[in-house]
Ligand binder design. Structure first.
Ligand SMILES: [Ca+2]
Length: 194
């Protein structure tokens, strides 16, 4: 079966024989939340606050309204096909207003699955990064190498409250990324073969 890769030309670069591309749709939230799923229908809205103070872009304002249980509540997500042997980095800029419950973590959670379309309930691996900087934008980022049997990734923008916190917590997310770094030998082998 011929494999197909979709890469946004605007974000694709060849650097020293390695292709890099941000595979997320609408990562900068210029005008809306299009491209992102909200599978559980949790509170999410577009907001004009932008990580770089741009007047022509904004962010996603997401709210965890559940009682704090020590776990991350995922709100917006995207499904991305991944490629064995490729390196990935992921993250976002996050902003927790000072009016929100302290100790709230903004997290980017990546669940890796053994089906190519993000189906199934049990991740092969779950990787997350996050922080709780309050009152200023904070970048969170992590990375991993895709292993055999990991065929897709659900990239989640998530919020974790401290145990017992009842008040809702809202966090802004902007400039999200899920960047594949594909060495030329993999790219050439998989996508340029006759
Ligand atoms: Ca933005």
């Amino acid at each position: 079966m011929k494999k197909t890769i979709f890469l946004a030309p605007l974000f694709s670069l060849f650097l020293g024989g390695t292709l890099t591309a941000n595979e997320l749709d609408n990562p900068e939230f210029d005008t809306d939340l299009s491209g992102w799923s909200n599978p559980s229908g949790r509170p999410a809205s577009w907001d004009s606050l932008d990580a770089a103070d741009s007047a022509t872009s904004g962010s996603a304002m997401l709210t965890n309204e559940l009682p704090g249980s020590g776990g991350a509540v995922s709100i917006l997500s995207q499904c991305i096909s991944i490629i064995e042997g490729a390196d990935y980095s992921f993250g976002a800029m996050t902003f927790l207003p000072t009016t929100e419950p302290s100790g709230t973590w903004a997290r980017v959670v990546v669940n890796l699955l053994d089906k190519p379309d993000c189906s199934g309930f049990d991740p092969v691996r779950s990787i997350f990064q996050g922080g709780f900087g309050q009152g200023s934008w904070l970048q969170t980022s992590g990375n991993f190498a895709a292993q055999s049997g990991e065929l897709s990734a659900v990239v989640n923008l998530s919020i974790q409250k401290q145990d017992g916190v009842e008040a809702p917590a809202s966090v802004h997310f902007d400039n999200a990324f899920f960047i594949v770094s594909l060495p030329d030998e993999i790219f050439g082998d998989r996508f340029q073969a006759p």
